[in-house]
Design a protein around this ligand. Structure first.
Ligand SMILES: *Cc1c(COP(=O)(O)O)cnc(C)c1O
Length: 447
């Protein structure tokens, strides 16, 4: 049986399983993925609403010891139906662009619970965010503070800001998703933060509302979070006393289990760079909440992956099986344009057949590859999988975060549909693009 990879590496009780075999077929909640694929076609992203809600509620509970706001990191999965699901739970949002702010508003999210992150906010984005009344800008440079002050002056308002501090801790994660080391482009160096606040306090159109950090993504141990909080605490205290800040955002970055064979300690045939593991939201909270309690500030968290990562799969169908001299390739109808994580981050995704393999079927090593004209277009290499044949449906697991959101139409492949399952029902929350959609915004020059 496949247990729900929920960040705890354990199965949720009762009917809270989101992906499991029933009667020989993989189900998402109460929906048979084989039947679903027959209706929607492949490839397609499928999400479990129950899993997202469960993860959100468990994090909310784990943080109960401090006044807090969960600001979902929209970039992980920005479909408005997902945002709406979380908005109805009372979530805030962490956005990185004007486009994401537009999505949040469209989805019924409250701009007053939105923090705006990112090193390159444009003047138009800053103006739009001020007009919509966001909670705060998480500011990444002194030049940006000056720019926000200027735009706010033009509108005759005070802009709420927090400075993003780079605490210079090592999150032990992939270099592309590590953000809290001094060599990263993010935030302001720890040692300079006090002076930056002092200078910002003299800018008349800024309201110093908080302080923020974010040390990286897919962090699978509590240590780096605790270390960063420890380092920040005296500074945060000082900022509270001096400028009356209201919140401390400790960022996102909680990791999930991509490879259950590693998390369970069972021998795996595939090993990642040993950063794989499991971190429960309870362990995460236990490592930081006691330290944060005495601050008397509102605590913001900005989780993306941990809420949606294990709540989604990429459904794909085997088109061809090809045996070369040295390797067996299973060519599937999804490609790196649909899910770029393996190519970009060398990420592991568990892959399972939708039809439950017979227990005695002997596994064989295969490469699961897509149709895109790039050698980096693979989902798995030398992976031991049950025998696969043309036409077989496969689920690429844990594809709910940084999957659809990072997809492109490279090779002129239309964007995939996204399907949200809730109990017995499912809804198409993004339709499959058509070839017409691909060229809709293009035109021939009129000369
Ligand atoms: C990407 C990002 C997050 C979310 O990261 P996850 O690893 O998905 O939790 C949170 N805060 C900031 C500033 C980010 O850039």
């Amino acid at each position: 049986m496949i247990c729900l990879r929920d960040g705890r590496g354990t199965t949720l009780p009762g009917n809270m399983h989101s992906f499991e075999y029933r009667n020989g077929s993989l189900f998402c909640e109460n929906v048979d993925l084989a039947g679903l694929a027959a209706q929607t076609g492949t490839p397609a992203y499928v999400y479990s609403a129950a899993t997202i809600l469960d993860h959100y509620r468990r994090l909310d509970e784990a943080l109960a010891g401090v006044p807090h706001l969960i600001c979902y990191a929209v970039k992980a999965n920005s479909n408005i139906a997902i945002l709406n699901l979380l908005a109805k739970e009372g979530a805030g949002f962490d956005i990185v662009s004007g486009g994401e702010l537009f999505r949040v508003a469209k989805a019924g999210g409250n701009p007053a619970q939105c923090t705006f992150a990112g090193v390159g906010k444009t003047e138009a984005e800053i103006r739009e965010a001020l007009q919509r009344g966001i909670l705060a800008f998480n500011v990444e440079s002194e030049a940006e503070l000056a720019q926000i002050n200027r735009v706010a002056a033009g509108l005759g308002v005070k802009a709420p800001v927090a400075v993003r501090v780079n605490p210079d801790v090592d999150a032990h994660t992939h270099k592309y998703i590590s953000t809290g080391k001094s060599e990263n482009k993010f935030g302001i160096t720890f040692e300079r933060v006090a002076a930056v606040y002092e200078a910002a306090s003299k800018l008349p159109h800024l309201h110093l509302r908080g302080v923020q950090m974010h040390i990286g993504s897919q962090i699978t141990e509590a240590g780096p979070f605790a270390e960063a909080v420890d380092k920040m605490l005296p500074l945060v205290c000082q900022l509270k006393i001096r400028y009356g800040i209201e919140y401390f955002s400790i960022g996102g970055g909680m990791g999930i289990v991509y490879d259950p064979s590693l998390a369970s300690g069972a021998p795996g045939w595939w090993k990642s760079d040993a950063s794989e593991g499991r971190l429960t939201v309870a362990e995460y909270a236990a490592a930081v909440v006691p330290k944060l309690k005495a601050l008397g500030l509102k605590i913001l968290v900005e989780p993306g992956r941990v809420l949606v990562g294990n709540a989604g799969v990429l459904l794909t169908r085997a088109l061809y099986v090809k045996q070369s001299e040295t390797k067996k390739f299973v060519i599937v109808d999804a490609g790196m344009n649909d899910l770029i994580r393996p190519a970009l981050y060398q990420s592991f995704h568990e892959i399972v057949p939708v039809a439950e393999p017979a227990p005695q079927s002997p596994p064989a090593k295969v490469d699961i590859v897509g149709p895109v004209c790039e050698s980096g277009d693979f989902f798995a290499q030398d992976r031991e999988l049950p025998p696969l044949a043309e036409g077989d449906l496969l689920a690429v697991m844990s594809a709910g975060a940084y999957g659809a959101a990072m997809s492109s139409t490279y090779n002129s492949r239309p964007l995939l549909p996204e399907i949200l399952v809730h109990g017995d029902r499912f809804a198409v929350i993004r339709r499959r693009q058509t070839p017409e959609d691909l060229v809709r915004d293009e035109s021939l020059p009129q000369w």
